[in-house]
Design a protein around this ligand. Structure first.
Ligand code: SAM
Length: 253
């Protein structure tokens, strides 16, 4: 992980949970969705993955756990979170009482077929081990392999200095090749631009968390680095050089 990624995914993750705890439980899920920002993407995945009560759901690269919290609010599944940053694991444990394991998505500490379903949201572009992340998801999810992905893909060549530090966006073509190699097929897909807009109440809560973070930690270098990272990501998405794709996958065999 680069210094910028540590700032964004570790230090600021922990600060986010501190702020959300002060604001109250209504803020936990919006504060905790750090890649999957739009709840409509999560609704789409919960439906397409056909999650049912009591099923196990692995959140691989879970950040601070907001997406898992959202899934449980829709269907009472049993999430297990995997996340390499200890600050994010602690943040997740403090807001959502799910098992949070410090580990990497490209070498999951689970046996084959351990989970009913899994998702991996906004993670692929933050690691070079993209093929292994997909292969590991295929390995640990039992047939038919209900796996959800949110992936940010490059639509054009992106020089390093235009990307958030440490990011490596796949293209549609390289993503498809990696899915084939992992033994996964696309069952359904939607572009994030085709999802319903973020509800006003959700946006208000995200803004309240951001304002409180800025007030409390705005002078800190880690906050400024994380803001630059998310600013660059916003620009890439805004002008279409990167686009968000949500996929519902199944095993090919
Ligand atoms: C953009 S955040 C998304 C967090 C969360 N999935 C969400 O949607 O809110 C990307 C996350 O991927 C994690 N990450 C980076 N490399 C990883 C790896 N090799 N294995 C698992 N997680 C990783 C980062 O620490 C960070 O928490």
């Amino acid at each position: 992980m680069t210094e910028a990624m540590d700032a964004e995914f570790d230090t600021v993750a922990e600060w986010t949970a501190q702020v959300a705890r002060d604001l109250g439980p209504d803020y936990f899920v919006p504060a905790g969705c750090r890649g999957s920002g739009n709840p409509a993407a999560l609704d789409w995945l919960v439906d397409r993955l056909e999650l049912t009560p009591g099923e196990s759901l692995l959140d691989s690269g879970a950040g601070v756990g907001g997406p898992a919290g959202y899934a449980v609010s829709r269907v009472p599944v049993s999430p297990v979170l995997v996340e390499p940053q200890i600050g994010a694991c602690r943040a997740a444990r403090s807001m959502f009482d799910y098992p949070a394991i410090q580990a990497v998505a490209d070498a999951l500490p689970f046996s084959d077929n351990a989970f009913d379903g899994a998702w991996c949201l906004g993670v692929l572009c933050t690691t070079d081990a993209q093929q292994q992340v997909l292969t590991e998801l295929r390995r640990v999810v039992r047939a038919p392999g209900r796996i959800g992905l949110l992936v940010f893909v490059a639509t054009t060549d992106l020089p390093d200095d235009q990307q958030p530090d440490g990011n490596n966006f796949p293209t549609e073509k390289s993503l498809q090749q990696m899915l084939d190699t992992a033994g996964l097929r696309v069952d359904a897909r939607i572009n994030t631009t085709d999802l319903p807009p973020i509800p006003q109440q959700w946006q208000d809560r995200v803004e309240a968390v951001d304002d409180a973070l800025e007030r409390r930690f705005g002078g800190e270098e880690a906050w400024q680095i994380a803001e630059r990272q998310s600013g660059r990501m916003g620009e890439l998405l805004g002008d279409g050089r990167v686009s968000g794709v949500v996929l519902s996958l199944r095993r090919t065999s």
